[in-house]
Write a protein of this length. Structure first.
Lengths: 208, 228
């Protein structure tokens, strides 16, 4: 049998807890509103728009398995890593267009990051500052990439060839998917290897 | 102590038997003949590409492998296949079966919805001299020159059969570990000049045409290999 005074004490404590909960919730809401009201959403610095530069995208064509150089003009950042990411993004945007000769969905969002590291191959006197590009693709891009030996090979080679055309210091390329090594892009092209950009040579060129 | 020795011996024997069993190709090769390895890509949980007909790539490649095996056997060419059923095989296992066969030609069979005709792929490894102990992942380097010759023979026969062909280089881990002239063959849809699909990769008549051309090419390659 629970004594009466304990029951009364329990009810008082329960009511006090509920009241305190409501008061805290109201205080939190008030603080949140105050914070939103005081926040200045205007940009602190105007975004910098880089001038448009000529860039070469080496685009794949599934019909004949070719790689064609195409010249475009678009803003490019100065940082080489960011530059590489924009270039690959533009290439993937080209593939995502409805009349693409190498249809791959996803576009520029398919490349998450590009890191440039010193190349692993022995120093080449012709290119002493050779670099390796580590391209981190998104899992969505890999999952939506058409499966096939030709289509996957052309995607990999066209990325390598585009980097070679615009960033000659990049001699090696490695691929990650969602930051992790992966066996293949979509079941075929081997992503465990280091690709040499010298092996990705365009077979022709056009200027759109 | 006697029973311990017997137990160790039994375990060792069981291990050796298991190893021998796993190293057995799906169909063994007769010795002293021109041997072709047919590697039907994918299988089991690895379905490969989804074709327009709804069929998985693994089924199309197995059908082509079975068709090729029959045609090659009819020409008295010995055939070793990496799989005869819907089995899961990784790239290393495929290369192991192939390398055990000591074959004179190896075809890795694929099917895809992209492109047109037949895509022939040779390893993108740079040619290298043969060594006694080649690295597993680049073992194909010593065979690249012969692989290019085999791709040339396949290309000629397919073109002669009126099939559109593209010749390319790729990195495919199973092929890169093979110690034989190896070519990856990918069947894409047959298309008219305006790009319309006239036959899907799993179309039986289309596969029969491709298979006949591949067999003719392998027969030519055998003759060429026997010439001094």
């Amino acid at each position: 049998m629970i004594p009466r005074y304990q029951k009364v004490l329990f009810i008082i404590l329960l009511v006090a807890s509920l009241v305190m909960g409501v008061v805290l919730w109201r205080l939190r809401e008030r603080a949140h509103k105050r914070m939103l009201a005081g926040e200045d959403s205007a940009p602190t610095r105007a975004p910098e728009v880089a001038p448009a530069e000529q860039a070469t995208l080496v685009a794949a064509n599934d019909a004949d398995g070719s790689l064609l150089s195409q010249n475009f003009a678009f803003p490019l950042p100065q940082d080489p890593g960011a530059r590489a990411r924009v270039l690959i993004g533009k290439l993937l945007d080209l593939y995502a267009t409805p009349d693409s000769n190498h249809p791959v969905s996803g576009g520029a969002a398919g490349v998450a990051e590009v890191f440039l590291l010193p190349a692993t191959a022995p120093k080449d006197p012709q290119n002493p500052n050779a670099e390796m590009a580590v391209i981190n693709l998104t899992g969505n891009f890999a999952a939506s990439h058409p499966s096939g030996l030709e289509t996957e090979t052309l995607t990999v080679l066209s990325i390598c060839a585009t980097l070679r055309a615009n960033l000659p210091r990049v001699t090696e390329v490695r691929f990650l998917v969602d930051g992790q090594p992966r066996d293949t892009l979509a079941g075929h092209a081997d992503l465990t290897r280091t690709y040499l950009t010298a092996n990705a040579v365009p077979t022709g060129g056009t200027n759109p | 102590m006697h029973w311990i020795r017997r137990a160790i011996l039994a375990t060792a024997l069981a291990g050796a038997t298991a190893l021998q069993a796993t190293a057995q190709p799906a169909s063994p090769a007769p010795s002293g003949r021109f041997i072709v390895v047919l590697d039907a890509a994918h299988g089991g949980a690895d379905t490969g590409a989804r074709l327009a007909s709804g069929q998985a790539e693994k089924s199309a490649t197995l059908a082509l492998s079975v068709r090729l095996r029959s045609l090659l056997s009819a020409r008295n060419i010995a055939v070793v296949t990496t799989r005869e059923s819907d089995a899961t095989l990784d790239a290393n296992r495929r290369a192991t079966v192939t390398n055990h066969a000591a074959a004179q030609a190896c075809l890795s069979l694929h099917a895809s919805e992209s492109g047109s005709g037949v895509h022939l792929f040779v390893s993108s490894l740079a040619p290298a001299p043969a060594t006694n102990f080649p690295a597993w992942k680049t073992a194909q380097a010593a065979w690249v020159t012969r692989s290019i010759a085999l791709a040339g023979a396949l290309n000629s026969a397919l073109l002669h059969a009126g099939i559109n062909v593209t010749l390319e280089r790729t990195t495919l881990s199973a092929v890169d570990s093979m110690i034989c002239p190896a070519v990856a063959v990918e069947i894409a849809p047959a298309r008219s000049p305006d790009g319309k699909v006239t036959a899907e990769p799993d179309d039986a008549a289309y596969q029969a045409r491709v298979a006949a051309a591949l067999v003719a090419a392998l027969a030519d390659f055998r003759t060429e290999a026997r010439q001094p």
